[in-house]
Design a protein around this ligand. Structure first.
Ligand code: GAP
Length: 467
């Protein structure tokens, strides 16, 4: 499995993310809370920019796709209809020596044995028992495990339950956002101008009782998904699926600038019974190629199940041909945290400069950069420079995410902005007072040029739009 170089090891990314205020461990002052993370001042900007880029690409650029924001809590029957109550489970084993719990499909994968979470308890027990000598506990290295049990991932709540018995009529926190799309499909169809083929997109939190979470924000128990479900004529399913696959690949390569060699397609060999085709886009994370996003052709399973359980007709009648059918669905589904980890891994560079110096530079695409422009006075003890720099900040802040800084010398302030990925820095010096121009410095080339203050907004827009 390909690994990143030392400079982008997972430890490097984790400590960088904390040091610069991107990602914090949840409840840290209480000793932490497993598999949950918080996003700091720069992390929330990066998350918002990732969401914005996805929404632009999936909704704004697509006349055939509309948005939705469905609630986290839904009727519990939805999770029965979807198959989550009966079948949304991972195989779990416990090390008899150190009591570390692990996902059996992951242990087997690490030992080079093919298995996946969709196998039945009997199937996976059989494979596990056959290969148990090759498998080592990731914590203590021993090979002595309990029998494999399937563990349901749905997180239960006591919402609206005043009797205190959570197992009776449990209400679930959603395990994926797309169920909210399926159950609103008819509302969207009846209230908007969409006609098949069309898509519904939404972003939002999902919750899963993940057994193991050892790879930072890659797999967490609370996370945010961005999902798009595309409703198609049954005979067009595979044709539309191929188009969606290509479109989603281009989002990562062309829109987010991720290098093609760090992405690859992974075909699912063991499909669930209703699926027509399933591929994941994998990214070369610091721990090797792993799933970034799933692009799946789901047949008519989702609408058929919800029709059956809700006793509502969810079929579609073509307005021209009058043909009636249950639409098939193709989906794209990705976690924001996985994109965030991928873009940090991709962008983080320790660079050698002339004169034996070094810098850390986060070469984020400008559309994702948390801060677009930083503005400094050359000297913080010269009130006229500080005043002018603040005037420029006040002018630009309504158009771009800007940061004003007068806390260090110029070299240090440039380095700090390089490290957080700010594409442009503006310095106000004595010449600025006479000539109404400033120095604009580019993060990547480190080249500086003089720009008239009246032309700054235009210049910045061009840079951010890649002109
Ligand atoms: N609706 C389909 C669905 O939810 P999934 O493969 O379970 O499919 C889709 O999840 C995407 O959601 C994954 O490719 C990943 O990006 C993200 N994801 C899933 N579980 C996650 C977790 N525990 N933590 C962070 N992201 C997760």
């Amino acid at each position: 499995m390909a690994k990143k170089s030392d400079s982008t090891s997972l430890d490097t990314i984790v400590s960088f993310a904390k040091r610069r205020g991107f990602v914090f461990q949840s409840s840290e002052i209480y000793g932490g809370f497993p598999a949950i993370y918080d996003y700091g001042p720069l992390g929330v900007e990066l998350e918002n920019n990732i969401k914005k880029s996805w929404w632009e690409y999936m909704v704004q650029f697509r006349p055939d796709i509309v948005g939705l924001d469905s609630a986290i809590f839904m009727h519990p029957k939805i999770w029965e209809a979807s198959g989550h109550v009966a079948g949304f489970s991972d195989p779990l084993t416990e090390c008899k020596s150190c009591h570390t719990r692990s996902r059996v499909d992951h242990l087997l994968e690490a030992a080079g044995v093919v298995a996946d979470e969709k196998m039945s308890e009997e199937e996976i027990n059989e494979i596990f028992n056959k290969n148990v000598r090759k498998v080592k506990c990731p914590n203590c290295g021993k090979s002595d495990f309990t029998e494999v049990k399937k563990f349901n991932l749905l997180v239960k709540s006591n919402l609206g339950n005043f009797a205190g018995d959570w197992d009776k009529d449990p209400v679930y926190l959603r395990g994926e956002t797309c169920q909210g799309i399926y159950v609103n499909y008819k509302n969207v169809l009846d209230s908007s101008r969409v006609r098949i083929p069309f898509g519904i997109a939404q972003t939002g939190k999902a919750f899963r009782n993940e057994i193991t979470a050892r790879q930072f924000i890659f797999r967490t128990r609370e996370f945010e998904q961005m999902e798009m479900q595309y409703f198609v004529h049954p005979e067009k399913e595979i044709e539309e699926y191929e188009k969606l696959k290509e479109y989603r690949w281009k989002y990562f390569t062309d829109y987010l600038g991720i290098k093609k060699e760090n992405l690859k397609w992974h075909k699912h060999e063991n499909l669930v019974f209703y699926a027509k085709e399933a591929y994941d886009i994998e990214y070369n994370f610091p721990f090797g190629f792993k799933e970034l996003e799933g692009v799946h052709a789901r047949g008519n399973y989702d609408l058929t199940q919800h029709s059956k359980f809700s006793k509502t007709d969810l079929s579609y009648t073509d307005p021209e041909t009058k043909e009636k059918y249950v639409p098939h669905i193709i989906e794209s589904s990705v976690g924001i945290a996985r994109i965030l980890l991928a873009v940090l891994t991709e962008a983080y560079i320790e660079e050698k400069l002339d004169g034996d110096t070094e810098r850390v530079v986060l070469r984020l695409p400008p559309r994702l950069a948390p801060v677009k422009v930083a503005i400094f006075p050359l000297l913080k003890n010269k009130p006229q420079l500080v005043k002018k720099a603040k005037e420029i900040f006040d002018e630009l802040k309504t158009k771009f995410m800007c940061e004003f800084d007068d806390a260090g010398n110029i070299g240090k302030m440039y380095r700090r902005q390089d490290e957080i990925g700010t594409p442009l820095c503006i310095t106000v010096d004595f010449e600025s007072l006479d000539n109404n121009d400033v120095t604009v410095r580019d993060r990547d080339t480190m080249k500086q040029e003089r720009v008239k203050i009246s032309e700054l907004a235009q210049k910045i827009s061009e840079k951010l739009n890649g002109e």
